[in-house]
Design a protein around this ligand. Sequence first.
Ligand code: ASP
Ligand code: MG
Length: 410
Amino acid sequence: MSVEKEKILVQKYGGTSVGTTERIKIVAKRIKEYYEKNFHVIVVVSAMGKSTDALVALSKEISENPSDREMDMLLATGEQVSIALLAMALHEIEVPAVSFTGSQINLLTDGRFSKARIEKIDTNKLLTALEKKMVCIVAGFQGIDLEQNITTLGRGGSDTSAVALAAALEAKECEIYTDVDGVYTADPNKIPAAKKLSKISYDEMLELASLGAGVLHSRAVEFAKKYNVILHVRSSFNFNEGTLVVPEDTDMEKLLVTAVTLKKDEARVTVSDIPDRPGIAADLFAALGDVSINVDMIVQSTGKDNLNTISFTVLKNDVLKAEKVVKELLTSWGAGGASVDKNIAIISAVGVGMKSHVGIAARMFKVLAENGINIEMISTSEIKISCVIRDDKSEEALKLIYSIFGLENA
Ligand code: ASP
Ligand code: MG
């Protein structure tokens, strides 16, 4: 007997979905329904609830700076708990199921601990189990490198495990179960009228993921786009249809803007009066990269009197580290000053419709201006406009921008 590809379904359940044993039993029942409809179900799970955070906290009780290898060894245990419990819950309701760690299915990654990238997946074990009508439960977030070290894919990485498995098995769809109903036109906690999108393109989803609409891990979306895996983001708390993440189609371009987001976890570093010569920006951002600080927006003003100002944003958590790096450089250059501003927010509008409609940025800037909201930095891509504004104006800005693009009628 061989496994019919059309019938392979990959389902990923996040931490909240398997947060308690009660929740695990509910998830098991849900899996049973698909199993009984003759799907070959591959389930990828995250660690229960906030258990990965708890493991991080444990390590901190021992060491401020634990070895990366041991950290991955520790964090990977969270998923080993949830796969075993879910397999047991399935056995209790008479569904044959078997759990696998990343190493047991040879999910090969490079050796970069805590941010490993998947290189190869051996599907043999899974296909053999599927042939025997077993549900396969795979630990998300983890893999193994060539030297048999346990690696992890970065926080939130179970999404990526699921999409990679779906790609390797050529599954039709990968369902991502979470605690929200799908992807919304804005955060419903801030805009109660926000609507669930029935579909969104990979590129829009990538922008939204990096703008902090935390429903999907960006790497997972990149993978899905590369291998054409359709993602279905939906809730494990009900049976509503969620949001499909799919290739772009012409319908999508009819909308001006698909979603509006607000990001409040970044801070700005301004480096002023630095020499206006080749190599300064390269040195600055190389030094930040060396300590693994991710820089988001960058603005450099036009030089004057052979001096320049460069501003950039980083996660608030990284800002002190960034300031330290900058100050060391300033000493080596013998020039300049640095300051940090934590009271900023980044407001963005995203939509593939921007490719075919002009004047979207102008409309956004105008509504901010009319309401006395100053724009401090701007960055754009083909399908996104982002502005840095004062944090205390950000909720107001979100509502204004939401309404001018007619998202309430989306
Ligand atoms: N358990 C891991 C985390 O909390 C991976 C995941 O949930 O996707 O980051
Ligand atoms: Mg998660």
